[in-house]
Design a protein around this ligand. Structure first.
Ligand code: PAF
Length: 284
């Protein structure tokens, strides 16, 4: 496995792979890799001849007071995991390589970036869309792989790729969960042992919504109320939102129909947790 840190090197590597007729799968990450990430790598290896993983903690998607400085950066461990999963090249640039000067050009995906996490993390999706555009331009993959856990990120990236005619396909892979239902996340390591025990309450609330929808409930307010009862079992959980929205447009659904994204975000101590499920409501 090769490790590249410069744009020139990774471009040369991909050019050679393409010249040899190989398709390129790309998994963009911020490192601190876990089974959620390795499932994306495995999916990329299945669909493509070679796999490029980027490891870059992108400063432009963190707001003031967020966890940019303390975000885990276990590079040696990440490289070992990539090698184990047959990654061909890791692209691990420095911030100066990615942002050599003041950044004046931004990619902003309107509307879809605004609800849900957009309300609590202003500027976050602008940073994500901008760095993904840069990474797609640098790597030039055929396919790029993202996890459903970050449902709004997926919706933003899909829309950006469609609106800007970017020449790649986005593949979305299922959320990977711990045995107790907690969605895998690099931020789970911030949880204290007690918080770790409490965190699966979010998935239990999501499951409650699925049960209600399958039983025929279509009133979102009722469903949110019943989910909140579950979430209140952990008094320390500060809920940011519990929302039922259209899975593609992220528009609010007071009466649910079609593919519904049920999404929850909250803070447990200093840790921000997000999770979601997609449930089929009655046909539109
Ligand atoms: O999902 C992430 O880890 C990041 O948002 C991404 C897509 C790598 C962009 O920095």
């Amino acid at each position: 496995m090769q490790v590249t840190t410069t744009i020139t090197e990774i471009r040369a590597w991909v050019r050679q792979a393409r010249a040899a007729g190989r398709t390129v799968g790309f998994v963009p990450t911020m490192g601190a890799l876990h089974v959620g990430h390795t499932s994306l790598i495995d999916a990329a290896a299945e669909r493509c001849d070679c796999v490029v993983v980027s490891i870059f903690v992108n400063p432009t998607q963190f707001g003031a007071g967020e966890d940019f400085a303390r975000y885990p950066r276990p590079l040696e461990n990440d490289l070992a995991l990539c090698a184990e999963h047959g990654v061909d090249t890791v692209f691990a640039p420095s911030p100066a390589e990615m942002y050599p000067r003041e950044n004046l050009t931004w990619v902003a995906v309107e509307k879809i970036s605004e609800p849900l996490c957009g309300r609590f993390r202003p500027g976050h999706f602008r940073g994500v869309a901008t760095v993904c555009t840069k990474l797609f331009n640098i790597v030039g993959p055929d396919l790029a792989f993202f996890g459903q856990k970050d449902a709004q990120q997926v919706a933003v990236i899909r829309r950006m790729v469609a609106d800007l005619n970017l020449p790649l396909e986005i593949v979305v892979c299922p959320t990977v969960r711990e045995p107790d239902g907690l969605a895998m996340s690099s931020r789970n390591q911030y949880l204290s042992p007690q918080e770790r025990k409490e965190a699966p309450v979010i998935y239990r609330a999501l499951q409650r919504s699925a049960e209600l929808i399958r039983a025929g409930e279509t009133d979102s307010a009722q469903i949110v109320g019943r989910m909140s009862e579950v979430l209140r079992q952990v008094p320390g959980l500060q809920i940011e939102y519990v929302s039922l929205v259209d899975a593609d447009t992220l528009e609010d659904l007071p009466q649910i129909c079609g593919r519904v994204l049920v999404a929850v975000a909250g803070r447990l101590g200093p840790t921000r947790l997000i999770d979601n499920i997609v449930v089929d409501g009655p046909a539109k």
